[in-house]
Design a protein around this ligand. Structure first.
Ligand code: DAH
Length: 333
């Protein structure tokens, strides 16, 4: 057996076989390093050429050069075919795939949309107002004069002054009543939804930000009957045909008379009374403040708490869960 010829043959065979089973660029590079690399198998056979018998050297040198050419060519051609197939991604359609999970709207957003939808069908249009308000819209025009305890700095988020006007985060959506009346002449029938802010200590039923929906209707000769009818109509469309409305006498500076609103709704299969907001006939002083003649026009208004409605309806016992954005909680609705 001539010197080295068995090694040359087996190197060729092994390298060819290994090249056939490469499938990626990484495999191919590993193959190149192993057979053609600076410390590779070809180099180590070539290093042994110096120990060959003199007369065999020319022939062996030729064989090794040939092997080198063969391996280099085989490598290049494999590289071309691997990158050609790599450009066509193969997709195994028999695999079940990874579920990415479906997103959904926040339970409060959905509640808001559903409630607004009911009022829209009842003929209310949607009004809007800023969350950073001035004292006129949050207090003065709503018949809450200077020095009134509701203006106390401990009950409001005051934000300093701009242009000589004190600003604060609105504490109620009743501000939008004033804005709506300032921007359009009566008759009008609007609802406004949005965030309100109060410096309350957070606990299961209090949060420093929550949502209200405000309703305002201004027309001729409106009475408490119209107010109660509107609330009842809402309750039955939203909570179901068995819902009921109860009004308990109360006080708000911007309505006279004023009442707390309770709605009777199904909670876990049982009809229960739930306190959900306040309401009343718009105080003549409020109409006058925005230049509407109280002798000609009358109005009713109401403000309902969105979180309260959602929490009772879906048996959510802690308001903080609504704002923690824990997907495990939100996914349930
Ligand atoms: N703004 C009141 C509150 O935040 C709720 C309210 C009561 C709104 C009576 C009204 C109303 O429009 O007429 O507690």
């Amino acid at each position: 057996m001539p010197f080295l010829s068995a090694e040359i043959d087996s190197l060729r065979q092994n390298a060819d076989g290994a090249l056939q089973s490469t499938t990626s660029g990484t495999d191919l590079e590993a193959w190149r390093v192993r057979y053609l690399g600076a410390n590779g198998e070809l180099k180590s056979i070539m290093a042994r050429l110096k120990d060959a018998p003199r007369e065999e050297k020319p022939h062996l040198g030729k064989c090794l050069n040939e092997l080198k050419g063969h391996l280099e060519e085989a490598f290049e051609s494999r590289k071309r075919s691997t990158s050609a197939t790599a450009q066509v991604p193969t997709v195994d359609l028999t695999e079940p795939g990874i579920s990415l999970g479906e997103g959904r709207r926040h339970i409060l957003s959905r509640t808001i949309d559903e409630i607004v939808d009911v009022f829209a069908r009842m003929g209310f249009s949607v009004a809007d107002g800023p969350e950073i308000e001035d004292e006129w819209h949050n207090f003065t025009a709503l018949n809450i004069p200077e020095g009134h305890p509701a203006r106390d700095s401990s009950d409001n988020f005051y934000m300093g002054e701009t242009g000589g006007v004190k600003r604060l985060l609105r504490t109620q959506t009743s501000t939008v009543q004033i804005r709506a009346m300032e921007s359009q002449p009566p008759p009008l029938k609007v609802v406004a939804v949005g965030r309100v802010y109060r410096p309350d200590t957070h606990d299961a039923t209090h949060f420093s930000m929550f949502h209200q929906i405000e309703g305002l209707c201004i027309d001729r000769a409106l009475s408490l009957v119209d107010l109660k009818t509107a609330l009842l109509q809402f309750a039955r469309s939203y909570f179901g045909p068995e819902a009921e409305v109860r009004m308990r006498p109360s006080f708000f500076p911007f309505t006279e008379p004023s009442a707390e609103v309770d709605m009777k709704m199904h909670i876990r299969g049982e009809l229960q009374w739930v306190e959900i907001g306040g309401c009343g006939m718009v105080d003549p002083a409020v109409l006058s403040a925005v230049g509407i003649d109280p002798e000609v026009w009358s109005g009713y208004a109401f403000g309902l708490g969105i979180e309260r409605i959602a929490m009772r309806r879906y048996s959510i016992s802690d308001i903080r869960w609504l704002f923690e954005n824990d997907a495990r909680f939100l996914r349930q609705f």
